[in-house]
Design a protein around this ligand. Sequence first.
Ligand code: ADP
Ligand code: ZN
Ligand code: ZN
Length: 783
Amino acid sequence: MDLYADIMIDISHSKLDQTFQYRIPPELVGILEPGDVVELPFGNGNRLKKGYVLRISTALSCPPEKIKTIVRCVTELGGAQSKLITLALWMRDYYGSTTVQALRTVLPFRDKAAAKKKKSVRLAIDMEAAKKQLEELRKKHQTARARLLEALLEEPVLPQEVVTGTLRITQPVLRAMEQMGIIRCESEQVYRTPAVLEQLKMQMNAGNGSAQADLPGENSQSVTGFTLTREQQNAVNTICASLRGTERHTESMSQCKGNASRPGTNATAGTEFLIHGATGSGKTAVYMELIAETLRQGKQAILLIPEISLTYQNVVRFYHAFGDRISILHSRLSQAERYDQFERAKEGEIDVMIGPRSALFTPFESLGLIIIDEEHEPSYKSETTPRYDAREVARKRAALEGAILVLGSATPSLESYYAAKHGKSTLLTMNHRPTGGQLADVTIVDMRRELREGNSSILSRTLLEKIRLHLEQGQQCMLFLNRRGYAGFVSCRSCGHVMKCPHCDVSLSLHQGGRLVCHYCGYTERAVKKCPVCGSPFIGGFKAGTQQIEAVVAAAFPGVRVLRMDADTTRGKDGHAEILRAFGAHEADILIGTQMIVKGHDFPQVALVGALAADLSLNISDFRAAERTYQLLTQAAGRAGRGKIPGEVVIQTYMPEHYAITCSAAQTYEPFYEQEMSYRALSGYPPSGSLMSVHCASPDQERLAAAAGYLARFAGQLAEKYHAVVMGPADEAIAKMKDTYRMVFYIRHKDSKALTSMKNYMEQYIEMNSGFHDIMINFERQD
Ligand code: ADP
Ligand code: ZN
Ligand code: ZN
């Protein structure tokens, strides 16, 4: 029986989602697997092309006389690559996308970004022979050739520019001399290095420091130069034991064909770790030790960190430890530069890649470790199709490669903590700051009371008083306005009541024309003039911005130096970094900003952090509202008291009794987790169940509504069979973007596998019905 392979030839055009069928030659039957790279005849020319094997089958999809045969398998040249292809196919099936979209997400592809080539001319014979040749050439008056040989006798390797430029040697002369065996023309790929690394390398070379840091041996000093704390050492020891373990379970390629299950469901203990480390507990030092151990074993490591934390200081820390073995990715690199970093990884030039979520796809030959820092960050979820979650994909990649996965956070996502509690990963806790700093002292201010007592300002009397005290002592303050996901919800300033959907337990958004709308189910009602709970007329949308706070501060403290960081002030290329630098250098007393200012920055002079409208994010229409709020407030509180000065935090809120507020104020995680889990379990939201959203968009509002309606109804029929729940369709939180209307509906089920099956049926249904052809539809996993 003949076997055939579906081959994907080109991924440089996102529109071309076409595969071609080829016959598998007898010698490759039973050997070839999906993910392998093969060479084959394509088109009219004689040249062989490379292609990726996606699927193997016995069914022929074209006339037998038309089918061509694969020439050879070249997998051994691209072991890392074929695992990445397997990963891409899994992503396609799990998240829903075309094959090309998935492959383009995972594989480095070149968009006309030809790598720079360094060309040179080398003397190919020994000195004596060269001298003889030179005499010959002079006798024959071949002056150009003689000129080149003369120069090569002085310098046996010359850059091509010198040869063709200064020496004025033409290509025919070069070719002739190469044919005579006198010289060799060489070209070497030159990969671009990110500018900041080039800069560091130059500084190191200038200062006699060796750029190539030696890896410390087993018993020598740590890579960080610190003596680790007991908690740090415990984390390092536990994970290192696992890194050294040889008999780890590697998921075989064939195991993940077709059926896309949630990764890690059968993970053996000891391959995944969650470091729950308080802010400032020294997680970075632990990561560095783990990376060092991985390199000692001849393997490579990937460290994912949110782009906003990829600061110059952080890069310097890693460069000092690992020298030229590291590279970084960030969004300001050009496509060619990114491509080059992946090539350098493939060539074995580097062993450590640091960057945001796309760094996960670095094609290392022998990946031993993936670390995801600040694992709770929403930026680990991709917003383009396939809408993947880097944590899940990392878990899958680690399983494919037999690598260890380490997640780290001061405020773990519910999903990761749930996994640790249920034995899917090992929990490691670090509570203490090695620098000895105490956790900050937190005060909760009830803003409803402020209003009752006659203060309608955005700053409470308590906060104003504390700012004054700290400024008098020459210390710095940060004022953080929580505006995450701000979407026009309506609340009562007298009692804190928020208008919510009676069906979904999320807040309603105020729309023009005075209607309140639920973005989950589409429920609407008229905007209210009086609070339905306490009757107060002070009910409406919240409208404060950072500029307004700046004005209030300037009026209260004349002459104080204020920096403001928000979307307006950071628009320039380095605006963000410049503001942080200036504040770090104490060029200002108060930093005012949105969530950007609370992320992992280390300012030892900051004594006071004020969180304004702390509960604003409790009201975003997202089942993760409480989790996001807890995370933001805990991270904000972690900014105070990083140095020698004891820290203080003031949280201003209209919901002082909400557990997200009280738990972040107490700086405890476990009680928050318990309360939040009981809410998730009650409503079936992740991680208690699985949730998938289906996003539909079109410039034609009527056709969109019809299509989303049809699809949701079809999903409803499936849901009956699968015992799933469909919610919606409704307008998205942003119902119209760039003249395109957007709608969404949700499907909930206990089991993520059922959602994969339902998605597959919906994909077929969409494919078959012409009514969906010009509607953009994509799926998003919410867990
Ligand atoms: P986290 O990422 O957990 O918030 P960091 O890794 O940034 O914390 O560490 C906080 C501070 O503690 C840093 O300034 C770091 O240099 C320092 N540090 C980390 N480990 C040690 C140690 N073992 N001894 C002394 N200082 C340490
Ligand atoms: Zn009220
Ligand atoms: Zn609703």
